[in-house]
Design a protein around this ligand. Structure first.
Ligand SMILES: Cc1cc2nc3c(=O)[nH]c(=O)nc-3n(C[C@H](O)[C@H](O)[C@H](O)COP(=O)(O)OP(=O)(O)OC[C@H]3O[C@@H](n4cnc5c(N)ncnc54)[C@H](O)[C@@H]3O)c2cc1C
Length: 414
C-alpha cells in the first residue's frame, strides 16, 4: 500500500465534494473515492432521448447561504420557477402567485384567493405561523419545536389554504405529510421559498456537483469514480479503506448518504424518506402553465407536478416538453392511477404523454423530527469524521454545511 494520504473522503455527493475543496485549498493531500460512475450522489442528471432527467424532481434555492459560499451561483445558470402554485380541485384550477414578483398574475391570484382557497382566517393564521420566521428566523431556530401539523393547529391554520395548498406543496418538499417533520425546519424552509426563487440549472441539477468537483480538482483533490469503499478500519495512526482500491489516510471523512452510514462506521442509520418521480415527454402542445401544480383534493398519489421545460427549456428537445410528477414512495401507485390523476391536473392530453422514466428513491431525504437538531457531531473518533445532509438538514444546504463542518473538524477548527 502507498503512503497514507492526509485525508480520504468516501462519497462524492455535495457534502464530500465541499469538504474536499476546502481541505485541498488548505493544502491537504485529499483523495475522494466515489462508488458511482459520476459525482453528485442524489444530484445526478441523465440525458434520455434528448430530455434531461434529474434523479427525482428537485429544486435549488439560491437563497441558501451555503450555496453562495460554495459556488458562484451564476455558474449554475439557474432557471427560476414562478413563485406560486396552481391548485387543482375537481374541474377547477386556481392560481396563487407572489403578487410583487408576478404582477401579471395578480388578477388570477385575486380570483384564486376569492375562489374559496384562502379565507381571511387563513390569512391571519398563516401570518401567525410564517411571519416570525421571516422577521426573526433566530426565534424559530432557538424556540421550542413541535411537528408542522401541531404548529399549524396552534396558529389556527386549519382551512383550505392549509389543506389544498400548503399540505400538498410541503409534502413534496419534505417527503412527509407534516405529521412527523420539525415545524421549525419546515417553517424556515417555507421562509426561503417565500424570499427566494427556487429553480433548476439549465443543464440539470448535476450542474452543482459537477461545478463543486471542478473546484475540488482545481484545488488539488484527486476524485476517483467507480471506487466503492467496503470498510473503514482504524489502525494506530492511520485509517485503512478496503475495497476495489485499498488505500490509507491519516483521517477519513465518511460522506455517504444516511443509508450507507452504518455499514462503514457503525453509526445508527438515520431514518430516511422515499420519493418517486414520473417523467413524461409531451408534444409541442404541453400545458402552458409553468407553475408547480398541486392537487388540492389529494385525489391520488401525486403531490406535485410541473412542466419543467416551461421554466428550463433545455430539459426537453426542441418541439417537446418535459413533465415531472412526484409522489411519496410509500404511496406509490401504478401508471394507470398516475395518468388518471395527471389527467385531472392537466387535462385529457396527459393520457397520451410518453413515459420516459420512473425514479423510485427510497433514501431521498433524512427525516427531521422535532426538536430540530443543529449540528449533530461530525467527529466520531480521532481519525473518523462524518458528513452528509443527515448531519444537518435534509437539503442541498444541509449537505454543503455538513461538508464545511467536516473540513473544519479535520483542520482542527471544528
Ligand atoms: C428526489 C429528491 C428530491 C430532493 N429535493 C430537494 C430539493 O428540492 N431541495 C433541496 O435542497 N434538497 C433536495 N433533495 C436533497 C438533496 O439532494 C440532498 O440533501 C443532497 O444531495 C445530499 O448530499 P450528500 O452529499 O449528503 O449525500 P449523497 O448525495 O447521498 O452523496 C453520498 C455519496 O456517497 C457515495 N457512496 C455511498 N456509499 C459509498 C461507498 N461505500 N463507497 C464510496 N462511495 C459511496 C454515493 O454514491 C453518493 O455519491 C432532494 C433529494 C432527492 C433524492
Amino acid at each position: 500500500m502507498t503512503a497514507p494520504h492526509d485525508v480520504a473522503i468516501v462519497g462524492a455527493g455535495l457534502a464530500g465534494l465541499r469538504a474536499a475543496t476546502l481541505l485541498a485549498r488548505a493544502g491537504r493531500d485529499v483523495v475522494v473515492l466515489e462508488a458511482g460512475d459520476d459525482v453528485g450522489g442524489r444530484q445526478r442528471t441523465d440525458v434520455v432521448d434528448g430530455f434531461r432527467l434529474d434523479r427525482g424532481f428537485q429544486v435549488l434555492n439560491p437563497r441558501y447561504d451555503a450555496l453562495a459560499r460554495a459556488v458562484d451561483p451564476a455558474d449554475l445558470d439557474l432557471r427560476p420557477f414562478p413563485v406560486g402554485v396552481r391548485v387543482v380541485r375537481g374541474l377547477r384550477s386556481d392560481v396563487l402567485a407572489h403578487p410583487l414578483r408576478h404582477p401579471g398574475m395578480l388578477p388570477a391570484t385575486v380570483a384564486g384567493a376569492f375562489s374559496g382557497l384562502v379565507s381571511s382566517a387563513d390569512v391571519v393564521a398563516a401570518a401567525r405561523w410564517l411571519l416570525p420566521a421571516i422577521v426573526r428566523p433566530a426565534s424559530v431556530v432557538n424556540g421550542p419545536d413541535k411537528t408542522l401539523h401541531e404548529a399549524w393547529d396552534r396558529a389556527g391554520l386549519t382551512g383550505p389554504l392549509r389543506r389544498a395548498v400548503l399540505e400538498p406543496f410541503l409534502t413534496g418538499v419534505l417527503a412527509d405529510d407534516g405529521d412527523a417533520t420539525s415545524a421549525a425546519y419546515a417553517t424556515l424552509l417555507a421562509r426561503l421559498f417565500a424570499l427566494g426563487r427556487p429553480g433548476v440549472p439549465t443543464a440539470g441539477v448535476a450542474t452543482l456537483p459537477r461545478r463543486l468537483a471542478e473546484l475540488a480538482r482545481a484545488a488539488g483533490a484527486d476524485i476517483r469514480l467507480s471506487r466503492p469503499v467496503e470498510s473503514v478500519t482504524v489502525r494506530g495512526d492511520r485509517v485503512d479503506l478496503g475495497g476495489a482500491e485499498p488505500l490509507s489516510a491519516r483521517e477519513v471523512i465518511v460522506a455517504v448518504g444516511g443509508e450507507a452510514l452504518s455499514g462503514l462506521t457503525g453509526e445508527p442509520a438515520p431514518p430516511m424518506r422515499g420519493l418517486q418521480t414520473w417523467w413524461f415527454g409531451t408534444g409541442a402542445e404541453a400545458p402552458a402553465s409553468a407553475l408547480l401544480t398541486v392537487d388540492g383534493e389529494r385525489s391520488g398519489p401525486i403531490v406535485n407536478s410541473v412542466v419543467m421545460s416551461r421554466t428550463a427549456p433545455g430539459y426537453a428537445p426542441a418541439g417537446r416538453h418535459l413533465v415531472a410528477a412526484s409522489c411519496l414512495l410509500r404511496d406509490a401507485a401504478d401508471e394507470r392511477t398516475v395518468r388518471a390523476q395527471l389527467t385531472r391536473m392537466w387535462g385529457g392530453e396527459a393520457a397520451s404523454w410518453e413515459l420516459l422514466r420512473r425514479d423510485d428513491i427510497p433514501h431521498a431525504l433524512p427525516a427531521l423530527a422535532p426538536p430540530m437538531r443543529h449540528a449533530s457531531p461530525v467527529r466520531l473518533t480521532e481519525r473518523v469524521v462524518v458528513a452528509g445532509d443527515h448531519r444537518e438538514t435534509p437539503s442541498i444546504a444541509g449537505a454543503l454545511v455538513s461538508g464545511e463542518r467536516a473540513a473544519a473538524a479535520v483542520l482542527g477548527q471544528g
